[in-house]
Design a protein around this ligand. Sequence first.
Ligand code: FAD
Length: 820
Amino acid sequence: MKIVVIGGVAAGMSAAARTRRLDETAEIVVLERSQHVSFANCGLPYHVGGVIKDRDSLLLQTPQSLKASLNLDVRVGHEVRGIDRQRKSVHVIELESGREYDEAYDKLVLAPGATPIRPNLAGIDHPGILVLRNIEDMDRIKTKVDKGAKTAVVIGGGYIGVEMAENLRERGLNVDLVEMADQIIPPLDREIARDLEIHMGEHGVVLHLGLAAASFRDAAGQVAVELTNGKVLVADFAILAAGVRPDTQLARSAGLDLGPRGGIKVNAHLQTSDPDIYAAGDAVEVSDTITGLPALIPLAGPANRQGRIVGENICGRDTSYSSTQGTAIVKVFDMTGGGTGAAEKTLIKAGRPYLKVYLHPSGHAGYYPGSAPMHIKVLFEPGTGKLLGAQVVGYDGVDKRLDVFATAIRAGMTVADLQHLELAYAPPFGSAKDPVNMAGFIGTNLLKGDLALWYAEDFPAKTVAGMILDVRSPQEFELWHIPGAVNIPLGKLRSQLDRIPRDKPVFVYCKVGFRSYLAYRLLRQRGITGVTMLAGGSLTFQSYHDSPVAPGQPTPEKPRASLPYAEEPAVPATASGGKTVEVDCCGLQCPGPIKRLKDEMARLSPGDQLRMSATDPGFIKDAPAWCLKNGHEIVRIHKEGARIEAVIQKGETIAKTTGVQASGRDKKTFVIFSGDLDKVMAGFVMANGALAMGSEVTMFFTFWGINALRKPGPQAAGKGMLDKMFGWMMPKGPDALTLSKMHMMGMGTAMMKLVMKQKRVESLPVLIASARAGGAKLVACTMSMDVMGIKPEELVDGIELGGVGAFLGEADESNVTMFI
Ligand code: FAD
């Protein structure tokens, strides 16, 4: 039997090698277009980055070694140009000599892989635009870097784009990464990818999310990449990592069937529509393990396993390939992230019901050095609890958990089964209750009704109807809290039960879900039935809502903190030659480090320094915010792996930085006089910003501004003629407001609303709901209402009424008053 294999890397070489191991007599010819076979394409980014120093170590085999060990006839530099299915032969060109010939086969294996997507954009052929698929591509990129390139733009934030961005940054280049989706690593859900995005920013990669390359042009030898928002990035070169598409050219021209997603269609034996032609790897369409839908999942593991199965079937065995679940992992500087099975967005798209839990356990025992929390999301079927997907990001032990989840999904296990897995444990490696067991406990609690959850996405639309209860410590609450939340620390909850409403929902939360679970159980057993707890706590909430910055701390400019993480500025001597105290809080979960910081600072004298280390990821934001509020100076703070090191100098006085802190009150008052859509929006944008910074907010609506608070629908009964006319002529509510300029009989306002929607700017009704949910006090001016004939019942519920005295009282207490 003669077997011809097209493509000599993952799938092709696996097919050829397995065939030889089962059939010593077969004639096996492997035709490979490039100059290398069986190379480690997954290692390519790391040779560019200098992690894999020896180029030859990527070349796992040569035609000679394969001849010697497996008696394979491997021909590199030989490209197949066509398949003649009637004559059962392929037409080949030897690229160097131009010689053309036909090669007959009994069985043909198609393993041509996938080709990088090159969008048809102006300037796409610029020589500075490179792709990374094989050794030759890698050499081209590495040569540029070795020759001193300083800047690069990576287009595409998938696994390969992210790996390239990391490796180029490691080589000292300034790197911009452009991704069309609003997140990196699109197979992950956004709130999980968010942790990796922040980490990339910390390492100086500038992310441009929600944007695509629109065109390219030459800029004095460099390449200028124009983005869809008009911004131009100029760099020494650009890497196109915008995804791949199955290479189906040969299959298509040979008349083989393709699947609905555009890959080569194969049956369970990986046979194409021609029984003498098999196909495997990135070129084929597979069935998705969870949804059962046809899918393109270009990964090395499936390609290798499929190649092996092809070899078995060619040799007469009956071996099936079932499905691909998309288990993938990526290193992002010091972090690791990945997923297996379906993401939440995939389940939503497939219309598949699901439940989900989040958790933040440590990679290994907190008391053993080097541990850090991870962010885990597990999706499973309601009712049965059958596992549907899992995603994990963190520092240590991410790969181990992902693989356990992947195995459990493949085995058809349920979330309850995870509770009973007996996993390897000693302090350097895990916890007696492994994170996977913990996911099982939480998921089973949810299935059994021992737990009811609310989710970050429920804020503010659902939470507005109830009380958000924060059971963390006052210090944590002061640093950051969900707008509108009430703080009753867990330890005080039993004695303050009278503060918990019984007639409306209670949305309890803490940092990761442990204290809130205790609070939840307590409240349920005390008869408070409307209670739910926040899945994943404030850590997941912040990842979802993009709000990891504590109030009082300026939002860092991108690239975030690239310098402090890379360099270690010298620590100045203490101001008054005071003492230095060292404290190691590694492994302590929040609020441990911040409490310890507070206690230690209380013991020090002004001018003394505290050198503190912690692994709680929130500490890098919490410590500066706490110091700012309390008048201490952060001399240095940086992160090395999961470890955060801070040097803090005790200040002379408490809270000396702003008048707000000195007066102990941070309050902003807004006077909304205008009824123009754009102006009212500006007012609410600022109000929401102030709330997010921990400020109290009062908004005083007078004259035209009152229209923003009006309900749609008929006017109140009993109004005089003039009042009624006023009522008809004025807009009713936020949806009816119009632009101050360019209204153009409604066209301009409609266009503005459309653009806002496209650019994901929140609408005025959402901004109003969010400000109210955040605790903003909305006051309507009674004098203006009287003049304009507006009755209280014509306003939306929950609006306070007040006169000039009320306004002046509020303004007196505020440190800022704005008139809009
Ligand atoms: P390939 O490995 O691409 O091999 C196809 C071969 O066919 C090519 O060498 C091509 O030259 C040859 N060929 C095509 N047409 C012809 C023709 N007409 N005649 C002759 N020869 C032809 N996956 C992971 O799971 N984890 C990772 O970390 C990972 N990292 C990656 C990093 C990079 C930079 C790249 C490029 C890929 C990575 N992948 C990773 C994906 C993984 O490498 C692929 O899924 C896998 O190699 C697919 O195997 P394949 O045999 O189908 O195709």
